[in-house]
Design a protein. Structure first.
Lengths: 136, 279
């Protein structure tokens, strides 16, 4: 089935952000179900024992599966993963929300923590894509 | 008659719970935050509500995406602690109040707020971190808790206006319960933060401070903040602040601010805490 093209939503103008709306939730449903399964200790163990095999239990797209195997966090957001579910993959790796967020920004965890300790990322220059391009 | 005597606004950042559970609360990173919550803890110890209505959101723990309820009211007698991916937090299970919860459902639905009734539910950091911040680490929680889980994960969340009106309906429902009870309502989550994408780590302190001012003095202004404004100005996850408007709506018109604290950062989050007594 072909995708129906809709008018762009206003929030698509926010840079560096994939808003988890109903359409993205639809695309990400099976990916998020996989991530949700990592709430159970036995599933975390099975996944870590054979990641490729375990992911086959879920009806993800191949792009989503590759995103999982490569911990390509931003790609997974784009493909419908929601950050709170993605965090379960980070936890399974023994990492934190903070680690995952730093990877999404391309910073090291240390650089990210430094930025937060200095008061966080200012919204200036990050409110819209045009504002962002003006700065870049 | 049962009465909502006060509201507590607080962030519910999971790293705060992890800091307590792993004995890190005295470390330099965390100490200022926990010191900042001491007055709120003392207030709670003095106030000793019989019931807490905890407005919070689940973070893909009780609910995956099979069903996404906008407003879900916990009607069970007990709520176990969820394993969010690193084992359940070592905190006591939460005791509900099924009889009062059933009354709330009845009153709210007739007031045109179509609540989803939840009879079995695990609760995550959204609920347990505020409990830890306000009560510390007791062997059992000293009050009953009625969880009200709001969808703020899948866009769109309910609007600020809708949340504020729900708060008003909750006040009416509580006041029609024929038992002398002190009720405190929590609005949790926020404040400004974003934990996804290249824009992660966004914090907007002026926005947050204006929000705290508004809760105290001009809630009608906050009710008009559009979803897009939260996303754009205060980060993708700041939309959680609509839950504070349920709390504010439930306090009636006149409030007195008795405590406020603001701190950056806890992990990726700007942390806010306000206590408003109903007057
Ligand atoms: Fe949250």
């Amino acid at each position: 089935m072909t995708e129906v093209k809709q008018k762009e939503e206003a929030y698509e103008d926010i840079p560096g952000t994939w808003v988890f709306d109903a359409q993205r939730a639809r695309q990400g449903y099976h990916l998020n179900e996989f991530l949700y399964s990592l709430m159970k200790a036995e599933n975390r163990k099975a996944f870590l024992a054979d990641e490729a095999e375990y992911t086959k239990r879920f009806r993800m797209t191949e792009a989503q599966r590759q995103g999982v195997l490569h911990r390509d966090w931003n790609r997974l957001l784009e493909l419908g993963g929601v950050s709170y579910a993605l965090a379960k993959l980070a936890f399974t790796d023994g990492k934190s929300y903070q680690y995952m967020a730093s990877r999404m920004t391309g910073m090291t965890e240390k650089e990210y923590v430094e930025m937060m300790l200095k008061g966080g990322r200012s919204p200036d220059g990050w409110r819209s894509k045009s504002e962002r391009q003006g700065r870049a | 008659m049962a009465r909502i005597i006060a509201g507590v606004g607080t962030s519910h950042t999971p790293a705060i719970g992890a800091a307590v559970d792993n004995g890190k609360s005295a470390e330099p990173y965390w100490a200022p935050l926990f010191q900042g919550y001491e007055p709120a803890k003392a207030w709670m110890a003095r106030t000793r509500p019989d019931v807490v209505i905890m407005v919070y959101n689940d973070h893909v723990n009780a609910f995956d995406f099979k069903i996404v309820p906008t407003f879900a009211l916990g009607c069970a007698s007990e709520f176990p602690i969820a394993d969010e991916g690193w084992g359940p937090r070592p905190v006591p299970p939460v005791q509900g109040y099924p009889q009062l919860a059933a009354h709330l459902v009845q009153s709210l639905v007739l007031d045109e707020f179509d609540m989803t009734i939840v009879n079995e539910m695990q609760v995550d950091h959204g609920l347990t971190v505020p409990m830890t911040l306000l009560y510390g680490t007791p062997h059992a929680w000293p009050c009953r808790v009625i969880p009200l889980a709001v969808n703020v994960i899948q866009y769109p969340a309910p609007t600020g206006h809708r949340c504020y009106m729900l708060g008003k309906a909750i006040r009416k429902a509580v006041e029609s319960w024929n038992e002398d009870l002190k009720v405190v309502i929590f609005g949790t989550g926020g404040m400004s933060h974003q934990i996804q994408g290249p824009r992660a780590g966004l914090v907007n302190t002026p926005f947050d401070k204006a929000f705290l001012d508004g809760l105290s003095r001009d809630p009608e202004r906050l009710v008009g903040i559009q979803p897009l404004e939260y996303l754009r100005d205060a980060g993708a996850e700041a939309i959680e602040l609509v839950m504070w408007l349920i709390m504010r709506g439930a306090l009636g018109e006149r409030v007195e601010e008795v405590h406020r604290f603001y701190h950056v950062p806890a992990s990726s989050t700007a942390v806010g805490n306000i206590i408003l007594e109903s007057r």
